[in-house]
Unconditional design. Sequence first.
Length: 373
Amino acid sequence: MDTIEKLKILSEDSQYDLACACGTGKDDHRKRGTEGKWLYPVALPQGGYSILLKTLLSNACKNDCKYCPLRSDTDVRRCTLQPEETANIFMEYLRKKKVFGLFLSSGVIGTPDNTMDRINSVARILRYKNGFKGYIHLKIIPGASDAAIEDSFSLASAVSLNIETPGKERFGLLSGKKDYMNDIIRPMKFMAGLRKQGGRAEKVKCTTQFIVGASDETDSEIIGYMSGIYNKLKFNRVYFSAYQKGLGHPTIPGEKMPLSKPENIFAREHRLYQVDFLMRRYGFRTGDIILNSNGNLSLDKDPKQLWAESHPEFYPVRINKADREALLRVPGIGPETVSRILKARREQRISCLEYLGIRGKRLEKIQGYATCD
Ligand code: SF4
């Protein structure tokens, strides 16, 4: 196979890994570039989009993760890109100004450290042979040694290790070879510790991803783990990838759950992203997230609206007096609007929300929970 043919296969196989900001917005869900499917538009933290070359190095994996179509017992066309070959094709796209960065993951070839060595080699060639100073996101392979992780930190702009499920019992239903505590939690803690030491490592962004609905986990468990990942490990982002029925082994819970109807599983993924936003940007704590008796989020209503409806004593919020945290509890008001309110308030009293350019349905929604009086 030539490089392009391998890229076609390996980029297709990397589509379920969202831990690089590919396709997490409302309108860009799993969207890929038009030219080659390995070129992905990604949302930049400062707004706007850029393009990543996103691929696996290999889909020849020795592991048996039952949610994964690449597990060792499936009949897929296997291939591997060599580090030099990957670096060359990336540089070709870079020279043509078609990409700004690289996202590199891989199935496990031999051992976790052997795979890490190949992944790190691509980054090393780009950094030291080609002088590339831009964005490189490297996957940390479950079970990687401390030394291999340190090596990645010395080369990458961002790294990710997918936690997959909340807790070893749930994970046990999905993999017979990977050890949850040793292969996933231990390296995640090591990554957090490296960043604490400061220096270059402190600047390397850390992300992770849950595969939602493959096991029989509840939203409550995911939210509990997510809180720990943000508050204790200080990771930058948690992503969610809805498990899609038919990809994994027929025995796993995700193949049997009624939720596996595509619209429901994507609605669940969307609700978890909303909770993630509420916790990262709106000051919500785990106790503020309203769950049903099964420990799951409502698929019908967004979690902020639900909180507002369950706390009538909190409203109406006074637009001219309330602090940032209280303003953020008003349905229809987000962090940007709060900043505009606080700025406008410094100059004069706000007599009506239309003054801030808020109109229509959104205005009606806000007026149900806030007042300018
Ligand atoms: S390690 Fe598991 S999830 Fe990753 S490619 Fe291999 S089988 Fe798939």
